[in-house]
Design a protein. Structure first.
Length: 412
């Protein structure tokens, strides 16, 4: 099965695989999968693990259990049972996967990233499904949302771990039957997405497998005080914020409001000047744009426009920490805004590099969805979602190792 030459041609092209290399690719996949076999607790289940990982990298248009099983002549029910109840230790698969990811791309210059990925769903019987914001659709709709922790270094990028977000209503009495049908762990309790992200961030840090200088976060998590406060002091953060986020461009004086002559006197000091929104600085010509060359692309040089300055965060109307504000203008004219607590003497190119390291997690989502079937899971249970996703991550890491191998050792 692993030798079947049905690889997705887009994957092969992206990984730099030539026709002469394809013959040995099945053997390389078998060698890659060998350490994962210790997580298989029932004889014969290895073929299902191999089948899914190979199927995710195949030229199948849809990559759920049924088409993958039919492609390789396996039992559809057997494939479905492997996802939902197969005697395989998913936690052990995750541990082995994380060690292999670390071996492949770990570097001290890394960034650990926090983001989420939504998958549209029909009906309300799949685990965690609810009407909520779905990034894939750009709107609120029926979907599942996974919270992910990724990793980016100068060597490569990948996803470290994930956790399915369970909306609070899933824990009420009305959902008791569907929780049982989806085999949701009985000891599972409600956690917000920022809480889940903070827990995973600390778990990743505790493994020691992913050295990093930075923690990156998108707006959902970058705007959340709980997430920012949970970041260990050994990291600097680079966190996206909304364009309406309030800041001071300089430390304001704190003054006691004049007494109006009516009611109780307000003795609480207030800033002497009003804060402004970060988007005002994008239009402020006294802070000029800096044009920077990011590299060479398929269509020529890639340029970007940026502003980077020190500002004071505003929380509940009061000045707090002094941070870097990084503004980047996108090709369509819109701007991205980010805060960083990197030291005041940090060079701007270091902040810029952090901005670029924030985006590979989005590339991971694109690759895992468009090429590997991350969003093709039709099984409805808690275990199925987590097993499907770890198998996709295993496939993605295999492709990363192949890219790195043939990048270092060009083949004719």
């Amino acid at each position: 099965m692993l030798q079947t030459p049905d690889w997705n041609p887009a994957i092969l092209e992206e990984a730099g695989i030539t026709e002469t290399m394809i013959k040995g690719l099945g053997g390389e996949l078998a060698e890659y999968l060998a350490p994962f076999r210790q997580a298989i607790k029932y004889p014969g289940q290895e073929k299902h693990m191999d089948m899914f990982v190979k199927g995710f990298m195949s030229d199948l248009q849809y990559k759920s259990a049924e088409p993958i099983a039919l492609r390789y002549g396996a039992s559809v029910r057997g494939a479905q049972r492997f996802l939902s109840s197969g005697q395989t230790d998913t936690a052990m698969l995750e541990v082995i996967y994380q060690k292999k990811l670390s071996e492949a791309i770990a570097s001290p210059d890394g960034m650990i990233t926090i983001d989420e990925c939504g998958e549209p769903k029909k009906g309300n019987l799949s685990v965690g499904v609810a009407r909520q914001y779905c990034g894939a659709l750009g709107k609120t709709d029926n979907c599942q949302v996974g919270v992910y922790v990724g990793y980016t270094t100068s060597v490569g990028y990948g996803l470290i771990n994930r956790r399915l977000y369970m909306p609070e209503k899933w824990f009420d009495a009305d959902h008791a039957n569907v929780r049982a049908a989806c085999d949701v762990p009985k000891n599972l309790t409600f956690k917000t997405k920022p809480q889940a992200a903070a827990e995973m961030l600390n778990e990743v840090s505790a493994t020691g497998l992913f050295p990093a200088r930075w923690v990156g976060a998108d707006c959902v998590y970058g705007m959340n005080k709980e997430v920012i406060a949970s970041i260990p002091e050994s990291y600097w953060y680079f966190a996206d914020v909304q364009s309406s986020t309030l800041i001071f461009t300089r430390k304001p004086e704190m003054v006691t409001p004049e007494y109006s002559g009516r009611g109780r006197r307000d003795l609480k000091p207030r800033p002497s000047v009003a804060p402004m929104q970060v988007k005002a600085l994008a239009d402020d010509e006294t802070y000029p744009w800096n044009k920077v060359h990011l590299g060479e692309g398929a269509k020529g040089p890639i340029f970007a426009y940026e502003k980077c300055l020190r500002v004071i965060k505003c929380e509940e109307g009061l000045p707090t920490d002094t941070v870097w504000l990084y503004i980047r203008k996108l090709d369509d004219g819109t701007c991205k805004f980010s805060f960083s607590n990197a030291p005041a003497d940090t060079a701007i190119f270091v902040i810029r590099d952090a901005a670029l390291m924030r985006w590979p997690i989005e590339q991971c989502f694109l690759e895992c969805k468009n090429e590997l079937g991350l969003d093709h899971c039709e099984a409805r249970s808690w275990k199925s979602w987590h097993r499907h996703t770890i198998l996709v991550l295993m496939a993605h890491l295999f492709l990363t190792t192949i890219r790195l191998k043939y990048k270092k050792k060009p083949q004719s």
